[in-house]
Ligand binder design. Structure first.
Ligand SMILES: NC(=O)c1ccc[n+]([C@@H]2O[C@H](COP(=O)([O-])OP(=O)(O)OC[C@H]3O[C@@H](n4cnc5c(N)ncnc54)[C@H](O)[C@@H]3O)[C@@H](O)[C@H]2O)c1
Length: 313
């Protein structure tokens, strides 16, 4: 039997490049579509002989179509992430995250791709409703980013109803791990705090630091994608992918300080607009539908991430 051909959009990014590694280990033939805007060539550098790279923009149907042609599964990870970026520039976030997803879906329909696995986000839940989040709660997105991710999800479900194609969306909750950029202006909390604390610099905490997150190690998210590509009975669904445990920013900062072995000094500044106060997932639907189980708990993931960031300098 010949190897399965798969496409990872955003394969040069943090989650995408971790997923590419796992797919190659499984024996798949992997193609990546990326424009290297927030992802980096270094994330793929060790794999270049093994991966076919299509450089292009998700906003171009022609480029997306070229990348999708001949693939059996599309893992759609490409997007402009970051809530603050979307507050700064809602138009570009919307164009990439909605129009880009539509191009992926149209090309997948036109090329008779078996299934599109779409990266969605816990941000679609917003602040209303109760914790833990279950998929049957009404979404209430706050930021332009969250609105765009919800629209993309809804297009996936629509396409699975209207056309002969399968989609499933995975709502990731605060993913962290190796290959995540600690330095960009919009860097996520975990890698940014590890870098700063290791450098003996204070971290900036928005609000009182008591906002909570269901931090999820990237290997768990990668495993969920592998399962979602093959699980029966998930067409059109959206599933929470998380650890199912929440930590406050203060507690996560303390833990990073303890593990790095340096004091975690913090400077408190105003809360960010569009920041969600509390986040925690109920993951029983993903357990039931995908057989998903988060194998790496928060503390173990943190240890591996710190080792990785400190080793790379
Ligand atoms: N990291 C998280 O905590 C998290 C949480 C929820 C959802 N997500 C979603 O997971 C996916 C991956 O996120 P990530 O954290 O790996 O981010 P990332 O920025 O590292 O990866 C995104 C990738 O998409 C590429 N990209 C951006 N715009 C593009 C365009 N116009 N054309 C082609 N490629 C483009 C980037 O270059 C990058 O390689 C995204 O869809 C994001 O919305 C991430």
């Amino acid at each position: 039997m010949s190897a399965r051909v798969v496409l990872v959009t955003g394969g040069a990014g943090f989650i995408g490049s971790n997923l590419v590694r796992a797919l190659l280990r499984k024996g798949d033939r992997v193609r990546v579509l990326d424009n290297f805007s927030t992802g980096s060539r270094e994330n793929l550098a060790p794999l270049l002989g093994d991966v076919e790279v299509v450089e292009g923009d998700l906003r171009s149907y022609e480029r997306v179509h070229a990348a999708v042609r001949g693939t059996e599964v599309v893992f759609h990870q490409g997007a402009l992430p970051s809530v603050p970026r979307s507050v700064q520039d809602p138009l570009t976030t919307t164009a990439v995250n909605i129009e880009g997803t539509l191009n992926v879906l149209l090309a997948a329909r036109d090329e008779h791709v078996g299934r599109v696995v779409n990266a969605s986000s816990s941000s679609v839940y917003g602040n209303s409703g109760v914790l833990p989040r279950t998929e049957d709660q009404s979404p209430d997105p706050i930021s332009p980013y969250a609105v765009a991710k919800l629209a993309a999800e809804r297009f996936c479900t629509s396409f699975s109803r209207v056309y002969a194609m399968e989609t499933v969306s995975l709502r990731y909750f605060n993913v962290f791990g190796p290959l995540q950029d600690p330095n960009s202006q919009y860097a996520a909390v975990v890698p940014r705090f590890i870098r700063l604390i290791a450098d003996g610099r204070p971290v900036t905490v928005h609000g009182d630091g008591e906002q909570s997150r269901d931090f999820t190690f990237v290997d768990n998210v990668v495993e969920a994608n592998l399962l979602a590509a093959e699980a029966p009975g998930v067409n059109g669904m959206s599933l929470n992918i998380a650890t199912g445990v929440s930590e406050t920013i203060n507690r996560a900062t303390d833990l990073i300080g303890e593990m790095v072995g340096l004091p975690a000094e913090r400077v408190f500044v105003d809360a960010q607009p569009a920041d969600v106060r509390a986040s925690l997932a109920d993951i029983s639907e993903a357990r039931r539908m995908l057989g998903y189980s988060p194998a790496v708990p928060f503390a173990e993931g943190l240890r591996r991430t710190i080792d990785n960031i400190l080793r790379d300098g």
